[in-house]
Design a protein around this ligand. Structure first.
Ligand code: ADP
Length: 235
């Protein structure tokens, strides 16, 4: 049986008078890709930041492989994260950025192997400003994957890419994650992205999960009018 990589139970979060998460339960299996889909302001990023340990929930628990990590700091959760505010260091080269969080004598080899996995070997000595947006995104992914996390968190990972690159990059990243057996929880407001990238989709609305299911289930058998409307619209 596949193990449970991540589980959140009863997560609640308020900012002042605003209820951002209203009791969210969710589970992610080992190696599974789950997309949190919902309109702007529905609580997707807050949920991801709580899982990362960057925000504290008002109530609820976060488990990684059965261990309660609710009160562990981010660096002790063993997660890979690709967030907007985890930007690359501008003064370091691609490989130095990837090696930054690694330890031990083989950190250079490990960093280069991670860059190779994302197809950036030729760009290893470039600094972020000498790379395209898509290449920077891949360096960030290589950095997240280099320590060998079993779960990665991705916040709108493809949103900075232009439309032509997005589908291809998505497919590459999916292949990399599946090859490594790394579970991923990603945030997106793009229904097409969720449908093509994820094994399961959780649709958030106003801090509640309206439906969690495979792309086929949520698309063909939406459980609420909101899910039907949100999945049906195209950008
Ligand atoms: P999403 O990622 O779905 O767009 P967010 O989780 O970023 O939604 O935000 C949900 C709501 O919480 C929004 O209304 C946002 O303005 C509010 N919010 C998020 N972070 C904070 C914060 N640190 N302080 C106050 N309000 C916040």
């Amino acid at each position: 049986m596949e193990r449970e990589a991540l589980r959140v139970e009863g997560l609640r979060k308020r900012y002042g008078g605003l209820e951002v998460l209203a009791g969210v339960d969710l589970s992610l299996k080992e190696g599974e890709i789950l997309a949190l889909l919902g309109p702007s302001g529905s609580g997707k990023t807050t949920l991801l930041r709580i899982v990362a340990g960057l925000e504290r929930p008002d109530a609820g628990r976060v488990y990684l492989f059965g261990q309660d990590v609710t009160h562990l700091p981010p660096e002790r959760r063993g997660l890979g994260v690709v967030f907007q505010d985890y930007a690359l260091f501008p003064h370091l080269t691609a490989w130095e950025n990837v090696a930054f969080g690694l330890k031990g004598p083989r950190r250079r080899e490990k960093a280069l192997a991670a860059l190779e996995r994302v197809g950036l070997t030729l760009f290893k000595d470039r600094r972020p400003h000498e790379l395209s947006g898509g290449q920077q995104q891949r360096v960030a992914l290589a950095r997240a994957l280099a320590p060998g996390p079993r779960v990665v968190l991705l916040d709108e990972p493809f949103s900075s890419l232009d439309a032509g690159l997005r589908a291809a990059t998505r497919e590459e990243v999916r292949t990399i994650l599946k090859g490594l057996g790394t579970a991923a929880l990603l945030v997106t407001h793009d229904q097409e992205e969720a449908l093509s990238f994820a094994d399961r989709i959780g649709v958030l609305r106003g801090g509640r999960l309206e439906q969690v299911g495979t792309p086929e289930e949520v698309y063909l058998r939406p459980r609420t009018p909101f899910v039907a409307q949100f999945l049906g619209q195209t950008n």
